[in-house]
Design a protein around this ligand. Structure first.
Ligand SMILES: O=C(O)CCC(=O)C(=O)O
Ligand SMILES: [Fe+2]
Length: 194
């Protein structure tokens, strides 16, 4: 994995964690296995559909509270469990949950945020796997909102966000009008049991 230059943060990237043929097979399996659902968001006092489909998957006790809603995890699917086990071998990290996102095309996106919910602990380790369309992942300073880094997340890539990344930065996946193909992203996390 290559260490990316982001002051105060440990961010690593492997553009080809899974070679193209394997990444194609993983994309197809994830698309078919995961029960993709629209997720309602509360935005300025109104309930709207998030601009993507998603699914929270994990161990039964890995309950996640986000914007006041309790998310009970769905059970592991075979492919998501195999990727979790692979990440344990590669990184020595035991992830017990994952947020799966399906960006149907370039109109789907994710707004600025940090993954800093208290269940994730003080310095969360998050492994983000991408399959399908290449999309831009942006980071900006939490304090100044200044742009910090922009990465094209490749088909079959792995991005590991460790110490400092959530504390000092926000990230987002902007819309890309010209992208017609779908993308799947899995962010593996460890939720502290309560
Ligand atoms: O799709 C991505 O690359 C980012 C997803 C993300 O930030 C998240 O699930 O928290
Ligand atoms: Fe995130």
């Amino acid at each position: 994995m290559d260490r990316l230059d982001l002051p105060g943060a440990d961010l690593r990237y492997d553009a080809q964690a899974y070679p193209p043929a394997q990444a194609d097979a993983l994309f197809a399996a994830l698309l078919a296995e995961i029960p993709w659902q629209p997720h309602r968001l509360r935005l300025f006092g109104r309930d709207v559909d998030a601009p993507r489909l998603s699914c929270w998957i994990g161990d039964a006790q890995a309950v996640y509270t986000y914007s006041g809603t309790r998310f009970e995890p769905r059970p592991w699917t075979p492919t998501v469990a195999a990727l979790r086990d692979d990440l344990r071998r590669r990184l020595g990290a035991h992830f017990n949950s994952v947020l799966a996102n399906l960006y149907r095309d370039g109109r789907d996106s994710m707004g600025w945020h940090s993954d800093d919910e208290s269940e994730l602990g003080r310095e969360p380790l998050i492994a983000s796997l991408s399959f399908g369309a290449v999309r831009t992942f942006r980071l900006r300073s939490r304090a100044t909102r200044e742009a910090a880094l922009s990465i094209e997340l490749e088909h079959g890539s792995a991005l590991v966000m460790a110490a400092g990344t959530q504390r000092h930065y926000q990230h987002a996946l902007p819309r890309r009008a010209r992208v017609a193909a779908p993308r799947i992203n899995l962010t593996f996390r460890r939720i502290a049991s309560v």
